[in-house]
Ligand binder design. Sequence first.
Ligand code: XMP
Length: 194
Amino acid sequence: MAAFPNLSDLLVNHQDDVERILFTEDEIRAGLERLAARVAACYGQEPFTVVSVLKGSCVFVADLIRRIPGPLELAFAATSSYAAGTEPGRLELLLCPDEREIEGRRLLLVDDILDTGRTLAALRGELLARGAAEVRSCVFLDKPSRRSLLFEPDFRCFEVGDVFVVGYGLDFRGRYRNLPFVAALKAHAFAQQA
Ligand code: XMP
């Protein structure tokens, strides 16, 4: 039976593509503790539903919800904002929680990264239009320099500059989500997979 690769194999497989690490595993862990404490303090014992935006937020949301002790539920949404590369395409709603998960509920939209703001602004509008009582947002990374519309997250773990990043759920053409840290890629990695 084939063995799963261990962490050092994973790093060897990807190390030629990584230019620099922006957030290490330890930094992510510490950032999550701070963020989860703020989210937990905001909701206290009030029930709310975390709406995880697929696929990029899957790693972040799994780590975040396990640090929040209050009564929360989990739902999923998906849009197609980045079809294949690093520039935004047409925004389409691919998956939305069903109406019982939305109507009258307090929702916390959780995404991997807030870039132009189009995805979360559109999802927030859609969920409110479908009857949500409240929609807050929480992002792992915030790239404020790229914002093309007025949208500020209620919670953010880290701020990043205008660099395309991968790892910890974030991908380039479907790869690198399994890196346990956040990294910038070398130019050749973009070119190879074009
Ligand atoms: P908007 O522009 O709608 O974008 O705020 C949010 C979505 O864009 C993707 N995105 C990235 N994905 N590295 C990635 O892997 C990046 O640096 C990056 N910047 C934006 C991401 O899918 C996010 O949900």
